[in-house]
Design a protein around this ligand. Structure first.
Ligand SMILES: CC(C)(COP(=O)(O)OP(=O)(O)OC[C@H]1O[C@@H](n2cnc3c(N)ncnc32)[C@H](O)[C@@H]1OP(=O)(O)O)[C@@H](O)C(=O)NCCC(=O)NCCS
Length: 186
């Protein structure tokens, strides 16, 4: 890479810092761009305003942004989990996203390393994350960061439209049956 390489400039200006309240809109819109481009991951994990706000509200210290020339170019939103029957504390990397123009420049690595340090400091013994099976960029990334033992999880759906119609029809029938005696008397 030579000195004029614009990528080198972008990387040298990069700062990883804790997310602040004023970053919420930028992070949300960057996520919208990234996750909509990949099509919404799935209904179980939906990127919306509440996701960003609630993670920021519950664990602001585990919500990080990557900033370059006052532009948010990446984010990592995480949390910790403590289970009642386990002495272990788990760290959950919930969302990670990098502005497409800044991808493959080590931004995610920097965010992740910072997150890992925070997790260690807070007593976390294991990190968890998840991604879609066809998200090869994320899978490569997570493997490179040391994640392993992938476990398959199958999502199933049950369409309740038919049952909803049945419930509505049943209610209508009950209503007409309770009205009938009045009509006879009237
Ligand atoms: C996955 C993602 C976060 C990686 O961010 P990034 O900043 O581009 O990653 P880095 O530059 O730090 O890459 C580190 C390593 O990860 C792997 N990697 C990253 N992107 C890759 C890709 N598109 N294809 C293959 N490997 C990839 C490589 O091993 C890479 O090292 P190398 O560049 O030396 O080969 C980014 O592609 C992204 O935002 N994707 C969309 C959102 C997403 O899927 N998030 C994860 C689930 S929440």
């Amino acid at each position: 890479m030579n000195e004029d390489d614009p990528n080198k400039k972008k990387r040298s200006n990069l700062v990883i810092r804790e997310m602040e309240i004023d970053d919420i809109a930028d992070v949300f819109h960057l996520g919208e761009k990234i996750f909509t481009a990949r099509e919404v991951p799935n209904l179980y994990r939906t990127w919306d305003e509440y996701e960003v706000v609630s993670l920021f509200q519950s664990d602001p210290e585990f919500c990080l942004v990557a900033e370059s020339d006052e532009q948010i170019v990446g984010f990592l939103l995480g949390t910790t989990i403590e289970k009642s029957h386990s002495a272990w504390k788990y760290g959950h990397l919930v969302w990670l996203g990098i502005e497409p123009e800044f991808q493959r420049q080590g931004v995610a690595v920097k965010l992740f390393k910072h997150f890992q340090e925070l997790m260690l400091d807070s007593g976390v013994r294991m990190l968890l994350t998840d991604t879609e099976a066809d998200n090869l960029a994320a899978l490569h990334f997570f493997r490179k960061m040391g994640f392993g033992q992938p476990q398959q999880h199958i999502y199933l759906t049950l369409n309740l439209t038919g049952q909803k119609r049945q419930v509505r029809e049943k209610k209508n029938n009950e209503r007409t049956q309770t009205r009938r005696p009045d009509r006879k008397n009237g």
